[in-house]
Design a protein around this ligand. Sequence first.
Ligand code: HEC
Ligand code: HEC
Length: 253
Amino acid sequence: MPVFSHRLLIALAACTLLGGAAAVWERWSTDRRDNQILSLAPEDVLRRPDLVSFAIAEAKPVYRARCASCHGADLKGNVRTGAPDLSDSVWLYDTDSVTAIERTLLYGIRSRQPKARNVAEMPAFGLRGLLTPAEIGDAVQYVLALSKRPNLAEAAVAGRQIFLGKGMCYDCHGPDGSGSPDYGAPNLTVNVWNNGGDQNTIYHNIYYGLAHVCPAWYGVIPLERIRALAIWLHSISHAAPAAVASARAIKSS
Ligand code: HEC
Ligand code: HEC
């Protein structure tokens, strides 16, 4: 065999070995960082930009595969599925910590998982005869007023009585309409709507009620990826604007 082809063979073997070693190194370093994001306290992970970047890179493909169909490829939510915008600072459930977001991801919302978030749902006031259509119409005007939008002032005054009285809306949404993170009752004052927020939709939601489901991901998505998702979602909604823009750019990687 000519010397040339021996050299070629040796070079090829060296490349294969190096490639193999690189793959093993890559795997080892991914496993190591997976372990770190799971074993460190989430607050400590947030203080490590290298681990946050790693978590975001790990989370994005999972998001595309498991979450985008309901929450939108751009995280902006979808009024047809009732899935909230995950990139803004308006939350249904208390999400000051990674752990609180992670809990939602692990057990879901009304998912039938025993540990799911499931304290209250939005009652079907019309269907169950709790309010008349006229009363619901007034409540709609008050909801418009709460979100500082044009409304029929007189009907809104009547709607306020319903909100604070017969409708017991205050019980879940708070007397000032600012919502309750314990109940997952949305803040009605910020003009951010998971279901649309136009007059007809609000009427429909009060008449027929709402009980949206976010699936539980425990046992479906590996724990380190669930943690990575929680870190990503937390960093988007709690970071400085520039960091938010880069964390949001999910199609870029
Ligand atoms: C089948 C549709 C669907 C899928 C798939 C889905 N979600 Fe949801 N998700 C929802 C709905 C609907 C809500 C709102 C529930 C409510 O109104 O109480 C929600 C709520 C949430 C919340 C709570 C937001 C808040 O404001 O507190 C988080 C966080 C969340 N989803 C993350 C995810 C992640 C991450 C994935 C993928 C791993 C995912 N969801 C997949 C439908 C979905
Ligand atoms: C028992 C608790 C409870 C009561 C009482 C209640 N709500 Fe709700 N409401 C909720 C919950 C929980 C949701 C979110 C449900 C979901 O997304 O699946 C909700 C959702 C809504 C929405 C939709 C918000 C959006 O983002 O699209 C409107 C509007 C609303 N409620 C208005 C009212 C009004 C008006 C009343 C009184 C007539 C009322 N609610 C009474 C718990 C309650």
